[in-house]
Design a protein around this ligand. Structure first.
Ligand code: ZN
Ligand code: ZN
Length: 366
């Protein structure tokens, strides 16, 4: 391609970088912008992708409840069903499941014969038959250009089958319950906590959830996701707490909230637990490798399934992914974004729910 051709091609790009976020020039709207804008298409309600202050929001109908719970009930929101098409300034926009958290969407844009897809965050693994049971599974969408996340875009990240992982979690809980110790399992309040709930064996004992987790459980249940019965800590007698699984956000670590459980075993569930030393740095007894993001084989499967000759890589290990894609004969590049789930998400679930110090907001009202 000579310079004039390259400029002409770039002028037709359906998504470009702007200081406010990823921007669609013909449609004059943004996707998951990090600064306030007039029109924002939101892939999902995690704090680094869905920010307050936009004039108009477009998001999936599946995620409407959870988005309103986090952004405010009064946001100006147009909700789309999966695959439903709206046209805006000649750009056809539709949303397709990403399998990451409740309501998580990929954004498909079609304009003058070109199709681009922005993935947001997505989950699938190298194990073909597996899906995240707490939301609609990832659906590959054919496109000319795929903008992919790469949070775990290194060959070292390979998730084990979910059944094997949950067998480990259940065995840890059952051992603790038999010894009269509570099992405190920390994970992010939105997405991870519900994944854990849906996967554990509720016959082992009662399940207690921290007040930061409960409103999100309610949104999931309202959307039709089956979760086992859960209790607030104040609802159970002390003896029952000694057999309980306690689901709480990471902000409770070292907080007074945990003291009521007495002697307890603690654990952390995150994709980062795959890294050597991560469990020790968290100072917990156990680390369980559970992620809401695609692992390395999952990213490769997802990208291949789009058939896209061009791929643009965002947040994560961009350089490694770009080099790998170029080796596969793909036209690959990267966008700089301000996404980066876990830190911002952790901070947000602390701030939004008033639990930065581990306090339980549900209890303050009692
Ligand atoms: Zn996310
Ligand atoms: Zn993300």
């Amino acid at each position: 391609m000579d310079r004039a051709q390259a400029t002409a091609a770039a002028a037709r790009d359906l998504v470009v970088e702007r200081p406010q976020g990823l921007y669609c020039p013909p449609g004059d709207f943004y996707i998951d912008p990090w600064q306030p804008v007039e029109r924002a298409v939101i892939t999902h309600a995690h704090a680094d992708h869905a920010r307050r202050g936009h004039a108009r929001y477009l998001a999936s109908a599946e995620g409407e409840g959870v988005l309103r719970a986090r952004m405010g009930a009064d946001i100006e929101l147009q909700a789309l069903h999966w695959g439903e098409v709206v046209e805006h300034r000649g750009v056809c926009i539709s949303l397709h499941p990403a399998g990451h958290v409740l309501g998580s969407a990929q954004v498909r844009l079609e304009h003058t014969g070109q199709v681009w897809v922005v993935s947001g965050d997505y989950w699938l693994s190298g194990h073909e038959a597996e899906a995240n049971p707490t939301c609609t599974p990832f659906e590959p969408v054919r496109c000319d250009c795929f903008i992919t996340e790469s949070t775990f875009g290194l060959p070292i990240y390979r998730w084990q089958p979910q059944a094997a992982l949950f067998a480990e979690i259940n065995a840890w809980w059952a051992d603790n319950a038999a010894a009269g110790r509570a099992s405190v399992l920390m994970g992010y309040a939105f997405g991870k906590a519900q994944r854990l709930l849906a996967g554990v064996d509720a016959a082992i004992g009662p399940i207690v959830v921290h007040g930061a987790v409960e409103p999100l459980n309610a949104a999931y249940r309202a959307a039709g996701v089956a979760l086992p019965p859960t209790h607030r800590v104040t609802e159970l007698p002390k003896e029952a707490l000694r057999r309980a699984l306690v689901l709480a956000p990471p902000s409770v670590a070292g907080s007074p909230w945990l003291r009521r459980f007495g002697e307890a075993s603690d654990a952390f569930a995150s994709g980062w637990m795959a890294l050597r030393g991560a469990r020790r740095r968290r100072g917990v007894d156990r680390g369980f490798v559970l992620s809401d993001h695609a692992d390395w084989p999952g990213l490769q499967r997802a990208i291949a399934a789009t058939g896209a000759p061009r791929v643009i890589v965002t947040h994560g290990y961009e350089a490694v992914m770009v080099r790998w894609l170029q080796e596969q004969g793909c036209q690959a590049g990267a966008f700089r974004t301000e996404y980066g789930d876990e830190a911002i998400e952790a901070e947000a679930s602390g701030m939004e729910e008033g639990t930065a110090d581990g306090r339980d907001p549900g209890e303050a009202a009692r």
